[in-house]
Ligand binder design. Structure first.
Ligand code: 5AD
Ligand code: SF4
Length: 437
């Protein structure tokens, strides 16, 4: 979501004549799109803003995103060289705020609350109308909803992004059609909880309809993030399996494999229900000839997590066989219910659990990648590999990174943004290697 907001900020500023530069010390305007899901991101913002203090170019510094929403006025008091603060609902006004600050050197802070944003429909308008500077010409993020109603007890998102607001389905489809007309091959539908798309508009979720409608626009690759297991309906599973452009990778955050921790997290499903969903998705995909993989998010060290709770998470990870997992050590966030829970597991124990989980996830990713050895898969190329300019890199349908040698006499740009068949010769933990067919 933040990456997409960043692309919109860049698009708006470019529409007004600004252009992107490589380093902050060449810039007149620096905009931070911030995250406060975990403490590390908070700390990083402070360090990065501090590092801009003595630049000769003396840029305008704007801070937006979740920290802007949460701290508002406090930020300019705490860090005097911040010029502009804007909240998660105020993106569309950023150019005005920057212009006002440039004009008279004043501090500009605009953070409206969720109720006001709803009244003014600013999130939805911003989602539909803002110009966007996309990172890759062939990939676009398309927000289908903003906010979250779930209040998982560890999570700050509902407080900084507000309640769920869905975009009308016609807007989503017409944006997808416009993007495809511009040469976009891959669309990622965005929302904190895409599975409950439409609940606020129709009284019931209609995400399956969005998948089918966007799938019918001719988009080559369709992805979405993030799904909450409690809202993954049979209809959505069917649409996921049946729509050919929907890529065979499902990101389904589980957070924990222990039922008592899931309850304390307010996730509203059990490990058994989660596994049942995984089986249902596998079966539906098998029937359509789709070889699906699962990825997930897991938190280690939630308050009160015992060794047995952690072992339940390890068992679930073994059972699902994830292709990828984002693993996090629990980070206490002020104002969330979990911040008041007794948290007495020593840090070393949590770190040991975390390390064991990371090792298991790596093993699982390796095993999943082995399944693709000696197969031919379509790869959407992005450019040269970061490590080796003689290798081309791209993404498989399952979202694996794939490297192939750049053919003699060709340039990476000849391949970037095109889909080519690749024979897989080597399967490692985090990438596949192959040759162009
Ligand atoms: N501590 C650690 N991880 C968190 N996440 C959200 N809140 C916290 C927190 N307080 C993780 C969850 C979520 C992902 C985006 O970030 O796993 O799915
Ligand atoms: Fe946070 Fe839970 Fe909402 Fe995800 S579903 S954004 S973890 S509150």
């Amino acid at each position: 979501m933040n990456k997409h907001d960043g692309e919109r900020v860049a698009g708006m500023l470019e529409a007004l004549g600004a252009h992107e530069v490589a380093d902050a010390d060449q810039a007149n305007i620096v905009v931070f799109m911030t995250c406060c899901v975990r403490e590390a991101a908070d700390v990083r913002l402070l360090g990065q803003v501090a590092s801009l203090k003595n630049l000769v170019s003396n840029p305008i510094i704007a801070v937006g995103g979740c920290i802007g929403q949460r701290d508002g006025e406090k930020l300019v008091q705490q860090i005097p060289h911040i010029d502009v603060v804007f909240g998660t609902h105020n993106i569309a006004h950023l150019p005005l705020l920057i212009a006002a600050s440039l004009e008279d050197g004043s501090k500009q802070v605009e953070v409206i609350d969720d109720a006001a944003s709803k009244e003014l429909s600013v999130d939805i308008e911003a989602a539909t109308d803002l110009p966007t500077q996309r990172e890759h010409a062939w990939h676009a993020w398309v927000p289908i909803m903003t906010g979250c109603n779930n209040f998982c007890t560890y999570c700050v998102v509902p407080y900084v992004r507000g309640r769920e607001k869905s975009r009308p389905i016609e807007d989503i489809v017409s944006e997808a059609e416009r993007l495809i007309g511009e040469g976009v091959l891959e669309i990622t539908l965005l929302g904190q909880n895409v599975n409950s798309y439409g609940r606020d508009l129709f009284g019931e979720p209609r995400f399956a309809e969005v998948l089918r409608a966007v799938g019918a626009t001719g988009v080559k690759r369709l992805r979405f993030t993030t799904s909450h297991p409690k809202d993954l309906s049979a209809d959505t599973i069917a649409a996921f399996a049946e729509t050919p452009s929907v890529m065979p990778q499902l990101h389904l955050p589980v957070q924990s494999g222990s039922n008592s921790i899931l309850e304390a997290m307010n996730r509203r499903y059990t490990a058994e229900q989660y596994l049942k969903l995984v089986r249902a998705v596998r079966k539906a995909c098998e029937e359509q000839g789709k070889d699906v993989v699962f990825s997930t998010d897991i938190i280690v060290g939630f308050p009160g997590e015992t060794e047995a709770d952690f072992e339940a998470t390890m068992d679930l990870v073994r059972e699902v066989g994830y292709s990828q997992a984002f693993t996090f050590i629990y980070s206490k966030r002020e104002g969330t219910p979990a911040a008041d829970m007794t948290d007495d597991t020593p840090h070393e124990v949590i770190q040991q659990r975390f390390d064991a989980l990371v090792e298991l996830v790596q093993e699982s990713a390796y095993q999943q990648n082995q399944r693709d050895l000696d197969t031919v898969i379509p790869v959407l190329f992005e450019g040269t590999s970061k490590r080796d300019p003689k290798m081309l890199s791209g993404k498989s349908p399952k979202n694996q990174t794939v490297h192939v040698p750049l053919p003699q006499g060709s340039a990476a740009k000849d391949y970037a943004g095109s889909i080519c068949e690749v024979h897989i010769n080597e399967a490692k933990t985090w990438y596949l290697r192959g040759s162009l067919v």
